[in-house]
Design a protein around this ligand. Structure first.
Ligand SMILES: [Zn+2]
Length: 418
């Protein structure tokens, strides 16, 4: 089994609080716990963003097709402004957003430059008004469009330094604070890449608000094709684009998506067993908690009860929320809950929604033993002491594991500080 990364520290866990005394210690899940202050209200302040972008202490996380630049699979690597100037230009935030929108030219590729925030624990000389700290940005260096050559050159230069773009479906080996930075950068980079066109009119969109919104500009300097099919030269005045429904309202913006998902540890009415399910593609003996998407106009508690009934036939009464986990694959927020079965609702039926290959009630002792020896990433071997045929469970970086630790460790009766 590869070593498991630490989890982030819950915020202010050392401060005595009446909420902690009543509800237990806060659980911070993997991919949360960023050390950056996002100062989200400064994303439109181009004097701040410009100063942050060009400061000598500033770090740039590069993503190539969403693979992050890293020293090794546990540690990210960062570029400096000089390393990426040839791709993004000296300062893509030198003008106000209104001016940039007026200059919009859809035939020129503007690489995504995303402001992530400032690390206020690191004082390396960047100061702007009342804000101090080390700025962090992300840049999408995926070779595409009119900057394909420049992007490829940046990638090769980084590789020549002995750094790598870490591929993989999930990045669960990063140290906890950097996993949060990567999750933030990945979610927004992916959202920008998936939304090159306006949902209202189908015309190309441009990135604004330092990478966190997209706008459908009213005009375009792109050269129009001439009668022979070739492009005319860049016009001296921009072409007016077709009308768009998004330009009629107060704002002309589209916002990043976050899709709420519920994931739940379901306990029997007497609290002595936990309901687990498995999908066909998982390794033998591997089980996890049930999960599913929230639907429009549905509360989290209702989504938990519906998903559990659909997938297993089990009927739930009370549902409480335990903790949550950002999950940037691509844009989920996992809402971890604990639900208790109704006294006569524990019978398992798999025939409603055939999503699961199996679902079963497991005694708490077996859960505790599996948490001790049977956890690992999906493609990895279980821990030392695992006996073939024993229950296998997800690693501690997955919220499913945290939920199972909670219900098998005293969450149900408040006997431990989970
Ligand atoms: Zn539009």
């Amino acid at each position: 089994m590869s070593p498991q990364p630490d989890l982030p520290d819950p915020a202010h866990h050392d401060v005595d609080s009446m909420l902690s005394r009543k509800f237990g210690r806060e659980v911070a899940n993997y991919f949360s716990g960023s050390t950056l202050n996002r100062v989200s209200f400064l994303r439109t302040d181009y004097s701040f963003i410009s100063a942050a972008l060009t400061h000598k202490s500033t770090s740039f996380l590069l993503l190539n097709d969403l693979a992050p630049l890293a020293k090794d699979p546990s540690q990210l690597a960062y570029a400096k402004h000089d390393d990426i100037k040839s791709l993004i230009g000296d300062n893509p935030f030198a003008k106000s957003e209104d001016e940039l929108i007026k200059e919009y030219n859809s035939s020129v590729t503007l690489p995504l430059v995303l402001f992530l925030g400032i690390d206020e624990r690191k004082q390396e000389g960047f100061e702007h008004g009342i804000y101090k700290g080390k700025p962090f940005f992300a840049v999408d260096v995926t070779p595409r469009g009119t900057v394909e050559k420049e992007a490829s050159a940046v990638i090769e230069a980084m590789k020549a330094k002995g750094l790598q773009f870490v591929e993989g479906r999930m990045h669960m080996n990063l140290n906890a604070p950097e996993a949060a930075i990567y999750a933030h950068a990945r979610a927004l980079t992916d959202w920008n890449a998936r939304n090159p066109f306006c949902a209202g009119c189908g015309q190309p969109t441009m990135s604004v608000n330092a990478g966190t919104k997209r706008v459908c500009p009213p005009t375009d300097y792109a050269a129009l094709p001439n009668a022979q099919g070739g492009a005319t030269s860049v016009p001296s005045t921009p072409n007016t684009r077709a009308a768009c429904v998004t330009r009629k309202g107060i704002t002309n913006l589209s916002f990043p998506r976050t899709d709420p998902t519920v994931i739940m540890a379901v306990v029997s009415h007497d609290g002595k067993r936990v309901l687990l399910g498995r999908q066909k593609r998982w390794p033998p003996h591997w089980y996890s908690t049930l999960a599913g998407f929230c639907e429009p106009a549905e509360s989290v508690e209702e989504a938990v009860r519906r998903e559990v009934w659909e997938e297993s036939g089990v009927l739930l009464g009370r549902v409480v929320i335990h903790s949550t986990q950002p999950w940037p694959y691509p844009a989920n927020l996992m809402i971890g809950a604990v639900g208790q079965a109704l006294p006569d609702g524990e019978k398992i039926h798999l025939e409603y929604d055939p999503e699961l290959e199996d679902a079963k009630w497991v005694d708490m002792d077996e859960i505790r033993e599996a948490l001790r020896v049977g956890t690992s990433g999906l493609g990895e071997a279980p821990g030392e002491g695992y006996k073939e045929g024993g229950l296998r469970l997800p690693p501690q970086t997955a919220i499913a594991n945290q939920l199972l630790q909670a219900v098998s460790g005293g969450f149900l009766n408040g006997s431990t500080n989970l």
